[in-house]
Design a binder for this molecule. Structure first.
Ligand code: FPP
Length: 285
């Protein structure tokens, strides 16, 4: 969700207003995801570094915005069969924010459509640190239970049995598939400590559009681009079929259908103008 500050700056507005507009974009994108039955959508909403390095006033505004987004949108989440989840060191967020987060995830827990995961107080390196800590804790607990030493367990095969899937299971995302597609807004060509382990083979789509200007149509544009890529996972590519995103309806067909109700009214004007002279082109099959 990058570019809120720049969006505000371009209009000589305070950064806060950029965040407010950015929070509005979220629901349009989520409802488009739900419309096309996208199973997983993860938004990098607030990084560990944002928490440590932004002024306290901005952090506290973001926390209020998050709370009011959750309170204001749970009904729409339920109407759209969207389930809320979170990853990150969420236990370090203010207690009242954690309470609202828990309330929202419980209130949407029965939904079976898109899972919207908010990465909050999230950093990929700290996620890996947390995973290693939890693997080591499990090992010491097991040694304690069996009445032997960690060395004994390592000698008896624990070291060899540690593999990529053991690490994947210890990450916050253990219950999720690796992302197929990473969309980076505001033209930045970097990963910024997002899901470093999980995106080893993800496709990357960079758009210059700032997050507050990003809506459902732009999500479809990114998925459309993805649907035209060939993924090889280090192999030769002929035999790979993607069971998730490629089995969705063709994004460019859905784009025409949702235009009237899944993008903000103000953007609808801009989008129809841009039809004459597009700055975003949906590529043809
Ligand atoms: C990036 O813009 C955005 C953020 C750091 C915060 C986004 C979080 C919210 C809007 C809080 C509410 C969350 C939800 C899910 C409703 P930036 O400030 O880095 O922009 P810049 O790079 O242009 O300065």
């Amino acid at each position: 969700m990058d570019g809120n500050g720049r969006w505000a700056g371009k209009r000589a507005l305070k950064r806060f207003l950029g965040h407010q507009k950015g929070a509005e974009s979220v629901q349009f994108v989520v409802e488009t995801a739900s419309r096309i039955n996208l199973p997983w959508l993860t938004l990098y909403a607030f990084s560990l570094e944002n928490n440590l390095r932004r002024p306290k006033s901005e952090v506290s505004f973001l926390m209020k915005l998050l709370k009011s987004y959750l309170v204001g949108n749970v009904k729409r989440m339920n109407d759209n069969n969207v389930r809320m989840a979170y990853i990150g060191r969420t236990h370090d967020l203010p207690q009242e924010v954690q309470d609202t987060m828990q309330w929202a995830s419980e209130a949407t827990a029965k939904n079976t459509g898109t899972t919207l995961t908010l990465a909050l107080n999230y950093g990929a390196r700290s996620e890996i640190v947390d995973a290693v800590r939890s693997l080591l804790t499990d090992l010491t607990t097991e040694a304690h239970t069996r009445g032997c030493s960690v060395d004994d367990l390592l000698g008896a095969g624990a070291l060899e049995s540690l593999d990529e899937s053991s690490i994947a299971r210890a990450l916050y995302t253990a219950h999720m598939p690796d992302p197929d597609l990473v969309i980076r807004t505001s033209g930045e060509q970097r990963i910024s400590n997002f899901l470093l382990w999980q995106i080893a083979y993800s496709e990357i789509f960079v758009t210059d559009r700032l997050w507050p200007d990003f809506n459902g149509l732009h999500l479809l544009e990114a998925i459309n681009a993805y649907q035209h890529r060939e993924r090889r996972f280090g192999g030769l590519g002929e035999s790979f079929t993607d069971e998730d995103l490629n089995n969705l309806e063709p994004a460019e067909e859905v784009a025409a259908e949702i235009k009237d109700h899944l993008i903000p009214k103000s953007d609808a004007k801009t989008e129809s103008k841009s039809e004459a002279k597009p700055d975003v082109v949906l590529t043809r099959r």
